[in-house]
Design a protein around this ligand. Structure first.
Ligand SMILES: C/C(=C\C(=O)SCCNC(=O)CCNC(=O)[C@H](O)C(C)(C)COP(=O)(O)OP(=O)(O)OC[C@H]1O[C@@H](n2cnc3c(N)ncnc32)[C@H](O)[C@@H]1OP(=O)(O)O)C(=O)O
Length: 353
């Protein structure tokens, strides 16, 4: 009788059987396709608090009822970073589980916030672009518009457009023009002076911008905190959002990939950098995020730091207690390499109120 667990026999069986594959290849996506994602997620206090604590998002309004009430929330709400990460995590099984990397995202908005624990998320994505990668013949580049809705009311809570590299079944011939376009600008022009705001209130950002306007200066500074990536940030946080990307939890497969190892979920990297930035400001509300890019991998043992450039300050917030500030945040690693960048618009509390 055949012993199926004999290692030689089993190796032969493994070679001959079909693998029940997961995920979709580039060829499976067509512009205009609408995909309703089967996994759903109830946004819980546990999920929210795990995400916020591990990414150093310790804003009291998301932790304490008195601080929440002071900011106009009924109770500590679901953090927009966790909402964004959960909205994306649910989509991975259909959109990107096959492999490839999360390259970037834009137009991240929260039309239905605040969102409270107990809300069930239902997520759908529409394919908005399928492009050939001119530098990587074995991949295509796909963009989707994703909407996370309150499953009960249908209200859109989080919406964004995201782009991933997605493996092709069959590599295509490319002209290699992508590599040429990526050539480094070896003569960067930086301003003569860097100004840091005095404090974290709206007026501090507005005043610093005004000073910089009169000189060849930029309002830019780094944040002291860093967060070294470990099993929790690399594997546990994405799995808690039902993100099934093998990049985050399958060391065996990833040893034979461009990164050579499991890598941090892009939303963990960016949320950690944003947590560092928020710890040096008086955040009132998050408005949105644009032009987000993931430049290189972050892996277990890497440390995520943050750098902020203040771009704009406008006294046009939804509340008299705040003004609107636009930032560029850059996450970087222990070797000072940028790993993430993106712009963020947030309402920042005014000093006078
Ligand atoms: C979720 C989820 C997975 C993750 O969270 S993975 C973790 C987050 N992402 C990363 O760590 C990726 C970091 N990026 C990289 O390491 C490099 O970009 C990468 C993927 C190795 C590619 O590097 P290359 O130097 O080979 O190439 P480029 O950076 O020039 O990009 C390749 C092509 O993609 C185009 N592209 C890049 N960014 C964007 C963007 N934001 N939007 C649209 N297109 C973009 C770029 O122009 C190149 O195009 P070519 O035609 O020239 O090939 C999950 O699984 O869902």
């Amino acid at each position: 009788m055949t012993d199926w667990t004999d290692p030689d026999t089993f190796a032969q069986a493994l070679e001959r059987v079909e693998t029940k594959e997961k995920g979709n290849c580039f060829e499976d996506f067509e512009e205009g396709d609408l995909i309703e994602h089967d996994p759903g997620l109830t946004l819980t206090e546990w999920g929210n608090e795990s995400w916020m604590s591990q990414t150093l998002n310790h804003d009291p309004a998301y932790w304490r009822t008195d601080a929440a009430a002071e900011r106009g929330f009924d109770e500590p709400p679901i953090h927009p970073d966790y909402l964004t990460a959960a909205t994306l995590g649910i989509t991975v099984e259909d959109l990107s589980e096959k492999g490839g990397y999360f390259l970037g995202r834009t137009d991240v908005r929260f039309p239905g916030t605040p969102v409270y624990a107990g809300t069930e998320l239902h997520v759908e994505s529409e394919v908005v672009n399928c492009a050939t990668s001119s530098s990587r013949p074995e991949y295509g580049i796909v963009s989707w518009r994703t909407r996370g809705r309150d499953a009960e009311t249908g209200e859109v809570l989080c919406s964004y457009e995201r782009t991933n590299m997605i493996p092709r079944r069959e590599p295509v011939a490319t002209d290699g023009s992508g590599a040429a376009a990526a050539e480094e600008d070896d003569d960067p022009e930086l301003p003569e002076e860097f100004i840091a705001p005095e404090g974290g209130y709206y007026e501090d950002f507005a005043e610093a911008l005004e000073t910089a306007d009169n000189e060849n200066a930029a309002v830019a500074y780094r944040h002291e905190r860093g967060r070294t990536q470990d099993d929790v940030t690399v594997a546990s946080l994405p799995l808690a959002t039902l993100n099934t990307a093998k990049q985050h939890h399958n060391v065996d497969v990833m040893s034979d990939s461009p990164s050579g190892d499991i890598v941090t979920y892009g939303d963990v990297t960016r949320s950690t950098a944003l947590g560092h930035a928020r710890s040096d400001e008086q955040t009132w509300r998050e408005v949105g995020f644009d032009d987000e890019s993931f430049h290189t991998f972050v892996a277990v043992g890497d440390t995520v730091y943050a750098f902020t450039r203040v771009l704009e300050a406008e006294d046009d917030a939804s509340s008299d207690d705040a003004g609107t500030v636009t930032f560029e945040h850059i996450a970087f690693n222990q070797d000072d390499e940028p790993v993430y960048s993106g712009t963020r618009t947030a309402e920042i509390r005014k000093r006078s109120n």
